[in-house]
Design a protein around this ligand. Structure first.
Ligand SMILES: Cc1cc2nc3c(=O)[nH]c(=O)nc-3n(C[C@H](O)[C@H](O)[C@H](O)COP(=O)(O)OP(=O)(O)OC[C@H]3O[C@@H](n4cnc5c(N)ncnc54)[C@H](O)[C@@H]3O)c2cc1C
Length: 372
């Protein structure tokens, strides 16, 4: 189809590639494993586990962050900062902590009787990567993962740090980044990622992967259950630059209560996200017509999504219905403490991650990423 093979973490993204991952000894390697664990013996680092930070302590006169309050085993403690406080609680909890500490939208903090120290639009925008897990491709040969592929030998290899089927990234083998040029503002950026799985939600009998997508029994039993023993793989489209965005609010002043997330997926004014998704489905249909796929008689499974049976299968209205019933988050939420220049009315932190209007306080995590 003319796509180049690219290093999508390099200069140019548009093209195809085997999936990349941060691995050590054939296992995924987290930032904690790669950096924190190795640094834990340092004299200038103290790690306190099982502690919940409940608030940033901010001097209301000088507007300086002085430390944090935290709870551990039912006891409350204070940690004072000699230099700065750096929040890294992620895209949900960094904004939660800022708001609990009096940094957030005035109207919202007032609703919860939280004294406002700095009126900033914390949590007012939340972008995410939405995906669609229903494009199942049946094949006539056993070239895909099945539950039976994961025999004792694969576990032995995995536990002796050798490459094994279990080392694959949730069954993902390859990615493609396409510019469908439909609603993209910048033609050099992709607007869609295609995720090629070497199996599907049926490959583990619906026990694990489908739970990360929160697919209901009703959906699973209709679409995937009947093909549990079939040769089938999946290609998931994902919107790289969605136009729709949600927001995050506090549910309570109590730091133990999770904040409320409003996804607002597929709600942009011109329905651009739905149109881009449908264009990506058409691209996938072209891909499975290529000789490489047709060698295995690849066919798109035509089981209608429950709730969309009244639409003609494969029409645009059918896909819109299916997307609205079955699109799932890939958990890439960003922008709830957006980084931006001072004149950006949505910005919470500057380019050095310092919170505007509060001294000695930074946020360093995915929440500062301004756009998906
Ligand atoms: C199921 C799933 C699959 C994913 N797959 C991929 C993938 O394949 N590739 C990819 O690039 N990304 C993936 N992501 C996204 C990726 O994990 C996140 O974007 C990334 O972890 C964000 O990093 P962070 O440091 O901002 O937040 P986090 O990794 O969430 O770290 C925040 C930390 O702060 C702690 N914390 C929160 N509140 C408090 C508090 N009050 N007190 C003390 N500690 C607190 C949390 O326990 C957590 O350890 C996935 C996410 C999920 C959920």
């Amino acid at each position: 189809m003319g796509y180049s093979y690219v290093d999508y973490n390099g200069y140019q993204q548009i093209g195809v590639s085997y999936v990349q991952a941060t691995l050590q000894d054939s296992r995924r390697c987290s930032a904690e494993k790669a950096y924190l664990r190795k640094a834990q013996e340092r004299g200038n680092l103290k790690i306190i586990k099982k502690a919940l930070v409940t608030k940033v302590i901010i001097n209301p006169i000088t507007l300086e962050a002085e430390g944090v309050k935290y709870e551990r085993d039912g006891m409350y403690y204070t940690a004072k900062a000699r230099k700065e406080v750096i929040l890294s609680a992620g895209a949900f909890h960094s904004p939660q902590l800022l708001m609990l500490s009096g940094i957030g939208p005035r109207y919202h903090l007032s609703e919860l009787d939280i004294p406002v120290l700095k009126d900033l639009p914390v949590g007012q925008k939340m972008y995410d990567h939405l995906s669609f897990p229903e494009l199942v491709i049946t094949l006539n040969e056993s070239i895909v993962f099945k539950a039976s592929s994961f025999g004792i030998n694969e576990f032995k290899k995995y536990f002796s740090n050798q490459p094994s089927l279990i080392s694959t990234l949730g069954g993902v083998e390859a990615l493609a980044y396409l510019n469908l040029n439909l609603t993209n503002r910048n033609p050099t950026y992709p607007d869609v990622e295609l995720i090629f799985m070497g199996g599907g939600l049926h490959s583990d009998f619906g026990l694990i992967t489908r739970k990360t997508f929160r697919i209901t029994d009703r959906m699973y039993n209709r679409i995937w259950k009947p093909i549990e023993n079939e040769n089938a793989c999946q290609i998931l489209p994902m919107l790289v630059h969605p136009k729709s965005y949600g927001y995050i609010k506090l549910k309570s002043k109590d730091p133990h209560v999770q904040p409320k997330l409003y996804g607002n997926y597929l709600t942009d004014a011109y329905n651009e996200d739905v149109r881009t998704f449908i264009a990506s489905i058409r691209a996938i249909q072209e891909i499975i017509q290529t000789p490489a796929f047709q060698r295995y008689n690849a066919q798109l499974l035509d089981t209608p999504v429950p709730g969309c049976e009244l639409f003609r299968f494969d029409s645009d209205p059918y896909w819109e219905c299916a997307l609205r019933h079955l699109a799932v988050t890939l958990h890439h939420q960003v922008a709830t403490c957006k980084m931006g220049p001072k004149h950006d009315p949505e910005a919470i932190v500057d380019s050095s991650l310092r919170v505007y209007g509060i001294k000695r306080l930074r946020v360093a995590d995915a929440s500062v990423i301004p756009l998906p």
